[in-house]
Design a protein. Structure first.
Ligand SMILES: Cc1cc2nc3c(=O)[nH]c(=O)nc-3n(C[C@H](O)[C@H](O)[C@H](O)COP(=O)(O)OP(=O)(O)OC[C@H]3O[C@@H](n4cnc5c(N)ncnc54)[C@H](O)[C@@H]3O)c2cc1C
Length: 594
């Protein structure tokens, strides 16, 4: 049995059968995470083995000039794994087109493959009978970047470039982003597919800088090049879509139903950010009711700096609060940082943490409170030992702070769209409900959650934040697409809850939270859309599997308030028109985006 056998098969099984949990299965599932953890020792898991293409099973007629091999595939949480996935590494966009036309002729599906750090089954569907899938690894060759000055400046990048590489090259040229996902080892293609986001809304009095958006990275796109069907030549071809054309709207955040080869994004002048951390605010004060006069409540940090993340470990009292503030000159007591990933203590587990993870996954989930307490104490001690409670430097050096060596957990995720005046109400209701539920489970001897809650805010994908062109519209499927009927809703509160894959009762807990989230944040107060990359659509046994969520609730959440012609079905139809043979799909997407 290969390492991947051990990590993958059980993990997939567990993801689907959490309710029929047994100790053996939990251990099996967690072995994926633990193997990741151990290998991470924590240095991060990489698909270790590659088998050159040979033999009878080799996909027939594959273009000979393109490198073809079998390689292990494993997603971030280790709960979707395939031992020997057929993978190719095209050197040019024309090679990608050749692969796609080969796939059509030979009845294969094509899945673009970035860093494999997604959670949701957009590449492989666990437990499906998906066959004839060709992964296209964009990370080896499709990584070119060119930057053009202007107002706004733009960067044209192939989609296999990592955010690390992209932001480093932008920094060298004097540019940056207002916000970006926390890890840098994600590809641009992966981030755009799911409208990747960071944490920023305007602080009180802050003016938007040319070339920036407070929405998702998909809203930075000024043009995008995709592989699409051309009925004239009866072939798949490369086609570039301008943001000024409504034809691009479905491609900007396509949730796995396209292949983007490159994109041009507006970028802003680079700037320096200060990031301060606190771990002395009680969660009940940070997430106090909106009426609270407490000065350090969440919304007050939002008002003063616009950029906040709260990381709240289960059964603990004081979350880790990070607050970023654009700060041109170094404050006297800030530590200057010249590279990203400054929180080494959260990227690498201590031996005590490793031991507790082992015990939790070894069948003692009731250690979750001990683990939570240890984690926040490691954060507190780490911030002090590394002097990183107050850091300052070029923007990317504090915007990127999660490394692959961090504990590999699973997560749910939602964007709650509302008005900024409601932010404190949103976080108060969420934190209170989560805490009540967590303790009710505990009273019943159940500990489904052993990772933190994470809360951030962004703006929405507003077209008036696209500079220099008249954007035809927002990304149709973006979780943070504005609601034309609710111009008062101008922010998204992103909430995630993390836990080790396979933890008993996790799916049940996630489902109850999801049902509450969708019913609570509704009406004239707020609306909810899934964070595509994470867990959503929970049945009581698994994510991405509740028929009502997939078929009704989520499409309705995308549709609500949108004009005819710009709804979920219109996005689906546009993606289908670009890919009528449904080359870019899998069985999960065939259910959700049929
Ligand atoms: C620890 C961790 C922290 C994270 N933090 C954040 C965060 O702060 N903010 C945030 O928004 N997200 C976050 N994410 C989620 C992450 O942004 C997404 O999962 C992203 O899709 C992963 O990129 P990838 O390169 O690993 O893509 P993969 O996992 O390889 O692919 C993901 C999806 O993108 C598609 N895709 C990849 N390349 C292309 C392409 N060229 N054309 C079309 N489709 C393509 C794939 O087919 C697949 O459907 C986080 C993930 C992890 C593991």
């Amino acid at each position: 049995m290969t390492a991947s056998d051990e990590q993958g098969v059980d993990a997939v099984e567990i993801g689907r059968e959490a309710s029929t949990w047994s100790r053996r299965k939990f251990i099996g599932a967690a072995a994926g995470a633990a193997a990741g953890t151990a290998a991470m020792s924590l240095t991060g898991w990489l698909p270790a083995f590659r088998v050159p293409a040979a033999g009878a099973a080799t996909p027939p007629n594959f273009p000979s000039m393109i490198s073809l091999y079998q390689q292990a595939y494993k997603n971030w949480a280790g709960d979707i794994a395939v031992d020997a996935a057929w993978t190719c590494a095209p050197k040019t966009p024309a090679d990608v087109v050749a692969v796609v036309n080969w796939a059509k002729a030979n009845l294969y599906k094509v899945r673009p493959r970035g860093m494999m750090h997604n959670w949701s089954p957009l590449t492989f569907t666990p437990g499906s009978s998906d066959a004839n899938i060709m992964l296209v690894d964009t990370t080896q060759y499709l990584t070119s970047v060119s930057i053009a000055s202007g107002s706004p400046a733009t960067v044209t990048a192939q989609t296999g470039v990592t955010m690390d590489a992209l932001l480093t090259q932008l920094e060298s040229a004097g540019y940056g982003l207002t916000a970006t996902p926390a890890p840098g080892d994600l590809t641009l293609g992966g981030v755009l597919a799911i409208n990747g986001h960071g944490a920023a809304i305007p602080a009180t009095g802050e003016t938007r800088v040319t070339g920036s958006s407070y929405g998702s990275l998909s809203n930075l796109v000024t043009s995008i090049t995709a592989v699409v069907w051309d009925s004239g030549s009866s072939q798949y071809v490369l086609k570039t879509f301008a943001r000024s054309s409504s034809a691009c709207q479905a491609l900007l955040a396509h949730v796995g139903r396209s292949f983007i080869v490159s994109a041009t994004l507006q970028v802003r002048a680079n700037y320096r950010l200060r990031c301060q951390s606190w771990f002395d605010i009680a969660w009940s004060d940070l997430f106090a009711p909106a009426s609270s006069t407490y000065s350090r409540k969440f919304s007050n940090y939002i008002s003063s700096s616009g950029r906040v993340e709260a990381i709240w470990f289960p059964f603990t009292n004081t979350p880790w609060v990070k607050v970023w503030t654009p700060t041109p000159s170094k404050p006297l007591f800030s530590k200057q940082v010249n590279s990203p990933y400054n929180y080494s203590f959260s990227d690498n587990l201590t031996s005590d943490e490793t031991s507790l993870v082992s015990q939790i996954i070894g069948g003692n989930p009731s250690l979750a409170p001990t683990f939570g307490a240890l984690q926040i104490s490691v954060v507190g001690a780490g911030l002090i030992a590394t002097g990183t409670w107050d850091i300052w430097g070029w923007s990317k050096n504090s915007l990127l702070y999660v490394k692959p060596s961090t504990l590999r957990v699973t997560a749910n995720g939602y964007a709650i769209i509302t008005s900024r005046a409601n932010i404190q109400r949103v976080v108060n209701e969420f934190a209170t409900t989560y805490n009540t539920k967590l303790n009710a489970y505990k009273a019943a001897g159940k500990y489904p959650m052993n990772g933190p809650v994470e809360i951030r805010c962004t703006g929405l994908d507003k077209t008036n934040e696209v500079d220099g062109i008249t954007a035809a519209g927002p990304p149709l499927l973006s979780s943070v697409r504005p609601r034309p009927d609710h111009t008062d809703w101008d922010v998204a509160v992103w909430v995630d809850i993390l836990t080790i894959p396979g933890t008993p009762y996790a799916a049940q807990f996630y489902r109850e939270m999801e049902q509450w989230i969708f019913s609570n944040y509704s009406g004239s107060y707020a609306t909810v859309r899934p964070e595509w990359s994470k867990g959503w659509g929970y049945s009581s046994t698994a994510a991405w599997s509740d028929a009502t969520m997939l078929g009704t609730t989520v499409p309705a959440a995308i549709d609500a308030g949108q004009a005819a012609g710009a709804k979920f079905a219109d996005a689906r139809a546009a993606l289908d028109a670009y890919d009528p043979s449904r080359i870019f799909t899998n069985s999960f997407l065939d259910t959700f985006l049929p």
